[in-house]
Design a protein around this ligand. Structure first.
Ligand SMILES: [Zn+2]
Ligand SMILES: [Zn+2]
Length: 341
């Protein structure tokens, strides 16, 4: 499984035998407090520092798992461009209804009787957006956990946009109660890993992650899961064709992402949020970035649509008109990034 994951371009690292946590650090890494970037173990091929040790190198993988065949497999989500929705089914007291879906007040008339797990809160969020629940998404890799939870694996369709991890109980960033998000700075247990509680088993027909649905990407943006941090280049990563993504795309996204977020956040209020004005501004800027060659038009259009649909889903044709007009207007004024930070 470790080799198979690496063949998908996903860096892997060992999990302690029978557990879902990484193998322990070596004694020197345990004692010294140093950053993984400064650690000699990693360049020497020792699996210290959890997912920081993750690799796609077949030689290193064979060395690790032939020495310790009982080690489980972790996948470093961020470097793999994976976003995994981790649905829990723990028995826990249900919190106040306003904490079930952060940012979405649930009216008193909504009957929450029987709501018990992350499966229910995620289904509720999906229903509010008129979408099927990711738990039922058989187009993508899903993995049943020994405790009855489900990992729904997606790949990031816009890798320049980075997503952070969260836990469903967080008061700062969360998607839904009992639903965790694994992305940059996190790892996920690969299917077929055995623990004392049981084996992580693939469920349904899909063997590979599908692209993150646009609506779900919008929800992650709305709930504050995007980060501006740029990840460092990873030399060991196999060359995966990325299309004609311009080299300056990361800088373009740094300018565009906050404007898209402004649009997405209009979802919180149905009126008086200056939605049109914000969508106009984002699309006009995207047009300028596209005309200057910093962004490809397809990506720009997809991001604008996603943000607009998240905020105002009932008016697709109108959103499309605003986007078209503003993209055209912006493209008449190429936005050059030279000299901008
Ligand atoms: Zn170390
Ligand atoms: Zn070490």
């Amino acid at each position: 499984m470790a080799r198979w994951c690496a063949e998908q371009g996903w860096p892997v690292h060992p999990l302690a035998s029978g557990r879902k946590t990484p193998v322990a650090n070596c004694p020197s890494c345990k004692d010294k407090h140093h950053s993984p970037a400064m650690c000699a173990c990693l360049s020497a091929g020792l699996p210290c520092h959890g997912f920081h040790a993750a690799t796609t190198s077949a030689t290193r993988i064979d060395a690790w798992w032939s020495a310790f065949p009982s080690w489980g497999v972790g996948v470093a989500c961020g470097r793999a461009d994976l976003i995994v929705i981790d649905i829990d089914a723990h028995s826990a007291p249900v919190p106040d209804r306003n904490r079930l879906l952060p940012g979405i007040p649930i009216h008193d008339s909504v009957n929450l009787h029987g709501l018990a797990s992350g499966f229910d809160t995620l289904a509720l969020l999906a229903a509010l957006r008129g979408q099927p629940s990711p738990a039922e998404d058989d187009s993508t890799l899903r993995v049943r956990t020994p405790s009855g939870g489900l990992h729904v694996w997606y790949r990031n369709p816009h890798p320049a946009t980075r997503f952070r991890c969260s836990t469903g109980s967080s008061r700062k960033v969360a998607l839904a109660w009992q639903v965790d998000v694994r992305a940059d700075g996190g790892y996920i247990v690969a299917p077929a890993t055995r623990t004392a509680q049981g084996t992580y088993l693939r469920e349904g027909p899909a063997r590979l992650p599908a692209p993150l649905p646009e609506w779900l990407g919008g929800e992650l943006v709305r709930t504050g899961h995007t980060t501006q941090r740029q990840r460092p280049p990873v030399p060991s990563r196999p060359a995966i064709p990325r299309g004609r993504r311009p080299r300056t795309a990361a800088r373009a996204h740094r300018i565009l992402d906050p404007l898209l977020l402004d649009v997405t956040e209009c979802a919180a209020t149905s009126e008086g949020a200056a939605f049109t004005q914000k969508l106009n501004k984002a699309a006009y800027t995207a047009g300028g970035l596209t005309a200057a060659g910093h962004l490809d038009e397809h990506t720009a259009r997809a991001l604008l649509r996603e943000a607009a649909e998240t905020a105002r889903s009932g008016q697709t044709a109108r959103n499309e008109r605003i986007i078209n007009d503003a993209l055209a207007a912006g493209s008449a004024h190429p936005l050059h990034l030279e000299g901008r930070s």
